[in-house]
Design a protein around this ligand. Structure first.
Ligand SMILES: [Mn+2]
Length: 417
């Protein structure tokens, strides 16, 4: 039995984007759809028995119609190829307001064949070409689903998280205890597991998540545990059950510059006994957009700092990359860099994320369009005002005004972690 495990597609992340002149769409949307296509192509070409999507289809809880259409197109391809696909809801798929539809609900509403919606903690018995498999889905937990308002009263966020962790662990072990040991079983969840490592800049995640212990999910009845939410792909547990985060399909910020992106191809021997069904869990790389930091340390004896920077740039293949340049140099070279020549040399890149120059320990930031996607507009403004040495009474007035404008412009920031 062959399975594919992927997650964190995040359609709608459009940082480092150009507008594609042919389609009018953001080039980064094409990137995100392109890597998702690689997953779907693989599923169809290898005729897999089951695809597991471990959550976070979109960036926003309110994805645009275009984003929804493009995701649905790809799920439809699996459906038409008669490959069952389990869609586990992630935190980005679930609205914060109780009662509102999630962005994946539509597949259930339309009763799309071969699509199994993992919108609650339950066991699905999936009939595949190679026989039955049991899939326990544990979507991202809305607090209000696990705790009543009374239970939450007076509790700190930490205590609420502790209750959620407890309840989820109990739910998983109860569901697991009812599994049929004669049939392959996997757990698919969108969740943070303690011990998972994140990339250094994790702009899509915030620190307020509940966290499950590895022991809550590493139950021996599972042949494989397919996780989503953490964008860095990793193996949490090597032994039975193998527990993997497949990670996001695209790089979202420079913290992921050196991370491989892709999905897992799983092979389960459905005829083996429960103790050794898992045959293979191979990570398959996709062609995610490359992010590249070029660092130049201008030496005190350098004759021409611009030449040294250009020389360093020339060592890199810039085509198709999102590039950022960081230069550090002694203060004797201040004002000696020829900006236009440097920018010309960086032109072949898909996108210039920014140029920063630091002089003898003091940071001079030239604000590129998106020097660092994890820095919020407010922080960028504060940085700018500081660099420009704007007097405090003026800068606080500007910050006030800016925050009003940002608030009024609505939901331009991440819809959530
Ligand atoms: Mn997530």
């Amino acid at each position: 039995m062959k399975l594919v495990h992927f997650s964190d597609v995040h359609i709608g992340v459009e940082n480092f984007s150009r507008i594609d002149p042919d389609t009018g769409l953001s080039s980064r949307l094409m990137d995100f759809l392109g890597t998702l296509d690689e997953v779907i192509d693989y599923c169809i070409d290898s005729n897999v028995d089951l695809a597991i999507f471990a959550g976070d289809a979109y960036k926003s809880r309110n994805p645009s119609q275009t984003h929804q259409r493009e995701f649905a197109k790809r799920i439809q391809r699996l459906s038409t190829a008669e490959i069952p696909v389990v869609l586990v809801e992630g935190n980005h798929d679930i609205p914060s307001v109780f009662g509102r539809a999630t962005s994946l609900d539509i597949f259930k509403t339309l009763n799309v064949s071969n699509v199994i919606l993992g919108n609650k903690a339950e066991t699905h018995l999936v009939n595949t070409k190679s026989g039955y498999i049991q899939v326990i889905t544990i979507p991202w937990a809305r607090r209000s689903n696990l705790l009543t308002r009374d239970e939450m009263k007076g509790l700190s966020l930490e205590s609420i998280n502790a209750v959620i962790q407890d309840k989820l662990s109990t739910i998983i072990s109860e569901l697991a205890s009812k599994l049929d040991i004669a049939i392959p079983a996997i757990l698919a969840s969108h969740v943070t597991i303690s011990g998972a490592t994140t990339s250094s800049e994790q702009s899509m995640m915030l620190g307020k998540d509940y966290v499950l212990l590895t022991s809550s999910v590493s139950l021996p009845i599972f042949d494989y545990v397919a996780l989503g939410h953490v964008h860095k792909r990793q193996t949490i547990n090597q032994n039975k059950p193998t527990i993997n985060y497949s990670g996001s399909l695209e790089r979202i910020d420079f913290g992921e510059e050196n991370d491989d992106k892709g999905f897992y191809s799983i092979e389960i021997d459905e005829t083996a006994t429960s103790t050794n069904r898992l045959q293979k869990a191979d990570f398959i790389k996709v062609k995610a957009r490359k992010l590249l930091t070029i660092k130049v340390d201008v030496e005190p004896e350098s004759l021409d700092p611009t030449e040294q920077v250009l020389n360093e740039i020339s060592k890199h293949e810039l085509k198709e990359t999102v590039v950022r340049l960081t230069i550090s140099m002694p203060n004797s070279y201040e004002g000696k860099l020829i900006d236009s020549r440097i920018r010309d040399a960086l032109k072949p890149a898909h996108y210039l994320a920014g140029i920063s120059v630091s002089i003898k320990g003091s940071e001079r930031v030239r604000l590129g369009a998106e020097y660092n996607s994890s820095v919020s507009p407010m922080d960028t403004l504060k940085m700018y005002l500081k660099i420009k040495k704007i007097p405090k009474k003026h800068s606080s007035l500007l910050i006030d005004k800016a925050s009003q404008i940002i608030e009024n412009s609505g939901n331009i920031q991440n819809a959530g972690s």
